[in-house]
Design a protein around this ligand. Structure first.
Ligand code: GTP
Ligand code: MG
Length: 436
């Protein structure tokens, strides 16, 4: 898509939504509002929108033939050359609509993919987006796709008797293969890094796009993750250590937001970015309670989690942006529906202390209690134990120290190992002394 830079005027587009008998009109209108936000994020100017009520989808044009006529007139009137549909179209529908209107026809998935492509910064994100784009494009390739063939064209790229379209398809498949193996390589590197983080309690921020996940990340961790009033400002995972209070800390990750009808290819290729979600001990589901359809957004997020295979994870729901809330009664009714949830404003820092307290409780649930008795000679280990665990009791006896502490199973293991090693070293020292 063309973007606004300098004095080039933005691409103009008309939005189209279809209301079938099973859809409620307000929902279609609301979906179009979101589509408008998507278009704006992608740098397109929306000049008008059309909603058609139909009893069924027209297989040839998606909308009715009469509406296609009306659409052509609208495009002429606004001097616009792009049409964006809220639904995904079949390759034949795209071809027919392009012929009938001479405009560029874009569906919701293509638009989302376009935004992802614009926002991708790292090598991993760029590779994932390009893979998803090509997989979406391949079955929809209707015209000559001269871009790629020009890029890699030349000797050996054109088989005898092949049409341009076939060549393009073949090139795309080849590129898909190359991107897949590149992703596998990136994944292997990530796995190595991930192994080092096993010991900590891990929390993943998840939620619909633009709800304030990155704002919360920055607030809790002092990180500097990009925050924007845009859809999909964040594409890559960021991980930070967050100290909740003197005794508890977590590893917090921020990642890509979800949206209604997230293209399947995209979920597929972002699976490794979303591995943080699968590895988490707790999901922090951020909801924008000031959004008119936040309850729909909650449902969408839970659906995507199911698709990822993460629906069994414990979830702490955080209702954000309470500063924008006009009807405060909503808080009461949501609290009844989600008894363990917290209500905050990340930007105004309202009740964010409550969020930390709730997180401490989750970390504690994972804690185990351990009672030990160590020789006084090993008192040097006390500092380490105090810094890694919550010490509940400590008593110096004649020759030993009794300690009871709480911590994660992994840190308990680490402390046990340290004590074993220190005892061994100590015994060795005693043996050497008595020998000399
Ligand atoms: N009024 C208000 N605005 C907020 C609050 N929290 C976040 N915002 C705004 O909401 C917008 C989106 O915030 P982000 O933190 O980028 O949201 P995100 O969930 O990370 O979004 P993506 O990464 O795009 O999915 C920004 O303009 C924030 O300033 C809040 O508590 N109150
Ligand atoms: Mg973000």
């Amino acid at each position: 898509m063309q973007h606004t830079t300098g004095d080039i005027s933005p691409e103009k587009a008309v939005l189209i939504g279809v209301a079938l008998p099973s859809h409620q009109r307000w929902m279609v209108e609301d979906n179009l509002m979101e589509l408008r936000f998507l278009a704006a994020t992608s740098g397109v100017e929306v000049v008008d929108q059309v909603v058609q009520e139909r009893s069924h989808i027209n297989p040839a044009y998606f909308i009715g033939k009469g509406k296609v006529e009306e659409l052509s007139q609208l495009l002429k009137m606004y001097d616009a050359a792009t049409v964006i549909f809220d639904d995904d179209l079949t390759p034949a529908q795209i071809r027919n609509l392009e012929r009938a209107t001479s405009a560029k026809i874009i569906d919701r998935s293509t638009l989302i993919l376009d935004i992802f492509a614009q926002h991708a910064r790292t090598r991993a994100a760029k590779t994932q987006v390009e893979l998803a784009q090509l997989q979406h494009l391949l079955p929809r390739l209707t015209r000559q796709w001269t871009h790629l063939s020009r890029q890699v064209g030349g000797i050996g790229t054109k088989g005898p008797g092949e049409t341009q379209l076939e060549t393009d398809r073949r090139l795309i498949r080849k590129r898909i293969e190359a991107l897949r193996s590149e992703l596998e390589r990136i994944d292997r590197q990530r796995d190595t890094r991930r192994k080092g983080r096993k010991r900590e309690f891990r929390v993943s921020l998840i939620g619909y796009t633009n709800v304030g996940k990155s704002t919360l990340m920055n607030l809790l961790s002092g990180a500097d993750v990009l925050v924007e009033d845009q859809l999909f400002a964040t594409l890559d995972s960021t991980i930070r250590r967050v100290q909740l209070d003197a005794d508890h800390h977590i590893l917090l990750s921020d990642t890509v937001g979800f949206i209604r009808k997230l293209p399947h290819n995209l979920v597929e290729s972002f699976k490794s970015t979303l591995d943080e979600v699968l590895d988490a001990d707790l999901l922090l589901h951020v909801v924008d309670i000031s959004h008119p359809v936040f309850e729909e957004q909650i449902k969408t997020v839970l659906e995507v989690l199911r698709e990822l295979g993460a629906s069994e994870k414990p979830i702490l729901t955080v209702f954000n942006k309470i500063d924008l809330l006009k009807e405060k009664e909503l808080i009461g009714s949501m609290r009844r529906q989600f008894p363990d949830s917290v209500f905050v404003s990340a930007t105004r820092q309202i009740r964010t202390g409550k969020l930390k307290e709730a997180l401490v409780k989750y970390v504690e649930r994972n804690f185990v209690t351990q009672s030990i008795e160590i020789p006084i000679a090993l008192s040097g280990l006390l500092n380490t134990i105090h810094s890694q665990a919550v010490v509940e009791h400590q008593e110096f006896l004649d020759e030993t120290i009794q300690i009871r502490y709480r911590t994660t199973p992994a840190i308990r293991e680490k402390i046990t190992r340290l004590i074993k090693k220190a005892s061994k070293d100590h015994e060795q020292l005693l043996a050497n002394r008595s020998a000399s």
